[in-house]
Structures are given as structure tokens and as C-alpha cells.
Ligand binder design. Structure first.
Ligand code: SDX
Length: 427
């Protein structure tokens, strides 16, 4: 019997089966059951993959019990507080921080790739104005594969870096175009004089022709506070291990499809309200609750097994403690409440929900804590980002994680096509 192994015994036959235990550098070890079906003629059973590791990865580590999140070993609090989103993109793309010169060059490379082919503008403008920006974005990103079809075959490290730079750079532009089209107003092209995050706010807010509104103080209406807040939000959303949308991206990667259609599939998966769509649902829920005095009634509904009402922004498959990103956002919310005139009524309702939920046995027994979406919504709302764009903001932040998880999958020689089995209960 091998030392680092687990033995399973089929009590029906007394037969035993031994499986190797593979160690991790952080977090749980894994039991290698790849030969389980061949050995036993049975499948392991894990709908929702609550106990299943689908791959090896070196990028992002989550300790759900401690409420810890790291990118390449660096804690999210450190990244969100002391590094720009683009430097975090460089870290996720290379495994290290850039030198000062690399940081400047990477920023320039991204700015110069933020432009969009006019054919894509026509595609976006072909949608009805009533189309949700997420629907437009998923379609536009899929169409982007047609303009860069050469990325289907990536041969050199530079090919991979170029493919990643392009999608990271173009996502904010496609996102702003999707939003402006939904308003029926002319699209605004990127201004490469502006940083990544400022440029997105500019493309969202500029008047037709590109002029920005100048306030009575003579300042352009894009404040440094807003840019810093949104840059932090992008960093907090950058990657998150094997969540539902990343699993979708890796699934599409496993069939050999174009990287940008895998990202499009990730956008579609993220849209669901159980996943990235929760941030938009949190604000809608706070607005529906409408007053602090109505909170107890909604908490009661959230606890009622007969009622499918759930508290948006609460609970997480992995975090059985505070989501560390929520902790950063809560501090940011406190810091910005005056500067951004956060909607005090919505914040008060959110704080009341948090206070009641965190002391209620139903939530405590189920380890239901506020997650990233619970706080991001109120800050985005205060930044004047419309609800329909909340999940789009999540897409902009997460694109770097998705595309680097895609590359990690492609470079893993043990990767196979994703093809789970089932327990058949039919005739
Ligand atoms: C994100 O995976 C990631 O990493 C995702 C993400 C990322 O960065 O990629 O972190 C982003 O998606 C955050 C989650 C955003 N979603 C929401 O806020 C939607 C509300 N949350 C729930 O839908 C739910 O908590 C999930 C989907 C997030 C997690 O669901 P699980 O792990 O499958 O847990 P479960 O549904 O099995 O619930 C366990 C129990 C159940 O009660 P019992 O059957 O045991 O009595 O907890 C209850 C659930 O009813 N429960 C809730 C609840 N979430 C779970 N009850 C009320 N309100 C909730 N929000």
C-alpha cells in the first residue's frame, strides 16, 4: 500500500481500490480518481462540483474558511490597496509584477490596442436599443474572433501575450460602446491620453464629439476618487479560481475553439444572477426593499424554504467567512461615502441587512456572509454606473483572469476535453 494514498472498499464485494493523494502547495490535497471508472465500472458523483478539483493552477488561491484570496501568492488586500489594475493584469499574465519601465510600456501597449474595427461598431449598432449591454457584449466579443482569427493558432510566447493584450484592451471599449448604444447615443472612441480606467469612464460619459462635461470648478467630471474606486473594483474582480464562468471558459478551451469565443461564453455564464449578475440584483433588491423598516420581512422570506427569494450578495460556494473582497469594498464604501455621496438610504438598508443577517442563526449555520457583489453595487451606483452595466464592469475586471486561465489550460499538457458523465435515471 502506497504511503500517500487512499483506499476505497466496495462493501458489496469487499474489493478495495487505492488512489494516490496529490499534495498542493496551499490548501487541500487531491485524491487522483482519474482511473476510477476503469477500475470500478462506476462514476464518482458530484453535481455542482462541490468536492471536485477540475485542474491544476498556479494563479489564484482561495481559502474559503479563512476568507483569503491571493493572486500568485499575494493577498488581495495588498493588490487592491497598493497596485494599479494594469499592474495586476501584468502579474496575472506573467506571474510577476512589472518593472517600472515594463509597467509604462504595458500601459501604452494596452492604450494602443483599445480601438475597435468599424465592423464591430456596425454589429453593436445593429442591436435594438433595448438590448441589455451584456447581450451586446457577449456577441461583440464572439465576433472579435473574426477580426483576429490568427489567434486560433498561438505559437510563440509573444503570440500569447498579444492575444491577451488585445482582449484586455478592447473590453472596456466594447463595454462602453454597448452601453452608449443602449442609450441611443453616438459611440465615443478611446482617448489614448487617458489611463485604462479613466478612459472607460470617459467613453461612458463624454458628450457626442468627445467633449467632457466641465463642472463649475472647471474640473472635468471624472474625479481621481472615481478612477481610483473603479480601478480597485477591477482588481477585486480580476480572477477567482475555478468559478462557474471560468469553468465555462476552460470548457470551451478544451474543445480547441478560438480564445475570444471562450471569453464570450464566460460573459454569458457570468450574467446569471447566482454569479456575476448578483451585483445588479443587489441594487434592485435594495430598491425593492425601499426602507430599513421592511428589511425583517425580506430576511424572513430569504429564510423560508418555500420561498425562492434569496438575499442577493449573500453566500458563496467557497467562502464560509467574509469574502475578503467584500472587506476591501466595505472599507472603500466608508472612505467614499462623502466623496461620492453614496446613496445613504440604500447604504442604510444594506447595513441593516448585514446587521440582521450576520446575527441570525439561519445565516450563521449556513456560513452565509456578504460577498463581493453585496458592496460593489452601492459603489458603482454612486459612480453613476447604471445597474445594467454592473455585470459589464465585472466582465472588464474578470477578462484578465479568464484569458490567463484559458492560457494555463492550453499550456497544461495533461489537459483533456471537458466531458463529465452522468447517473442515468431514465428508461
Ligand atoms: C459570485 O464562485 C465564485 O468564485 C463566484 C464569484 C467570482 O468572483 O467568480 O465569487 C462571484 O458569483 C459571488 C456570488 C454571487 N451570487 C449571489 O450573491 C446570489 C445569492 N447567493 C446564492 O445564490 C448562493 O449563496 C450561491 C449561488 C452564491 C452559492 O450557492 P451554493 O454554494 O450552491 O449553496 P447552496 O445553494 O447549496 O445553499 C446552501 C444553503 C441552502 O439552504 P438549505 O437548503 O441548506 O436549507 O444556504 C441557503 C440555501 O437555501 N442559501 C441562501 C443564500 N445562499 C444560500 N439563503 C438565502 N439567501 C442566500 N443568498
Amino acid at each position: 500500500m502506497k504511503k500517500n494514498s487512499m483506499t476505497m472498499i466496495d462493501n458489496r464485494t469487499g474489493k478495495s481500490y487505492e488512489y494516490s493523494i496529490l499534495e498542493a502547495t496551499r490548501g487541500p490535497s487531491v485524491v487522483d480518481v482519474r482511473s476510477f471508472f476503469k477500475d470500478t465500472g462506476m462514476f464518482t458523483y458530484d453535481p455542482g462540483f462541490t468536492s471536485t478539483a477540475a485542474c491544476d493552477s498556479e494563479m489564484t488561491f482561495i481559502d474559503g474558511g479563512k476568507g483569503e484570496l491571493r493572486y500568485y501568492g499575494i493577498e488581495i488586500e495588498e493588490l487592491a490597496t497598493n497596485h494599479s489594475y494594469l499592474d495586476v493584469c501584468f502579474l496575472l499574465s506573467t506571474g510577476r509584477f512589472p518593472t517600472q519601465e515594463e509597467s509604462i510600456n504595458y500601459d501604452l501597449e494596452i492604450r494602443h490596442r483599445s480601438f475597435i474595427h468599424s465592423g464591430l461598431k456596425n454589429l453593436i449598432e445593429s442591436f435594438p436599443n433595448s438590448a441589455h449591454p451584456m447581450a451586446i457584449l457577449a456577441s461583440a466579443v464572439s465576433a472579435l474572433s473574426s477580426f483576429y482569427f490568427e489567434h486560433l493558432e498561438l505559437k510563440s510566447e509573444e503570440d500569447y501575450m498579444e492575444m491577451k493584450r488585445r482582449i484586455i484592451a478592447k473590453m472596456p471599449t466594447l463595454a462602453a460602446f454597448s452601453y452608449r448604444h443602449s442609450l441611443g447615443i453616438p459611440l465615443i472612441c478611446p482617448d489614448i491620453e487617458r489611463s485604462f480606467t479613466e478612459n472607460f469612464l470617459y467613453m461612458m460619459r463624454a458628450y457626442p464629439g468627445g467633449k467632457m462635461h466641465i463642472g463649475v470648478d472647471g474640473e472635468e467630471k471624472i474625479s481621481s476618487v472615481e478612477i481610483e474606486a473603479l480601478d480597485t473594483i477591477f482588481t477585486l474582480h480580476a480572477d477567482h479560481e475555478q468559478n462557474a464562468s471560468t469553468t465555462t471558459v476552460r470548457g470551451v478551451a478544451s474543445t480547441g475553439a478560438h480564445p475570444y469565443v471562450a471569453i464570450s461564453a464566460g460573459i454569458s455564464a457570468l450574467w446569471g444572477r447566482a454569479h456575476g449578475g448578483a451585483n445588479e440584483s443587489v441594487i434592485a433588491q435594495l430598491e425593492m426593499i425601499g426602507d430599513v423598516k421592511n428589511v425583517p420581512a425580506f430576511i424572513k422570506r430569504a429564510k423560508d424554504p418555500e420561498d425562492d427569494f434569496r438575499l442577493m450578495g449573500f453566500g458563496h460556494r467557497v467562502y464560509k467567512n467574509f469574502d475578503p473582497r467584500a472587506r476591501v469594498l466595505k472599507k472603500l464604501q466608508d472612505k467614499l461615502s462623502d466623496a461620492l455621496e453614496l446613496d445613504s438610504e440604500l447604504i442604510m438598508i444594506a447595513r441593516e441587512i448585514e446587521k440582521i443577517a450576520l446575527s441570525d442563526p439561519y445565516f450563521i449555520e449556513r456560513n452565509l456572509y456578504p460577498n463581493i457583489d453585496f458592496y460593489s453595487g452601492t459603489i458603482l451606483y454612486a459612480l453613476g454606473i447604471p445597474k445594467s452595466m454592473f455585470t459589464v464592469i465585472f466582465v472588464i475586471g474578470r477578462t484578465v483572469g479568464w484569458i490567463n486561465q484559458w492560457v494555463e489550460f492550453k499550456k497544461d499538457e495533461s489537459s483533456k476535453i471537458a466531458r463529465p458523465r452522468q447517473r442515468y435515471l431514465g428508461k
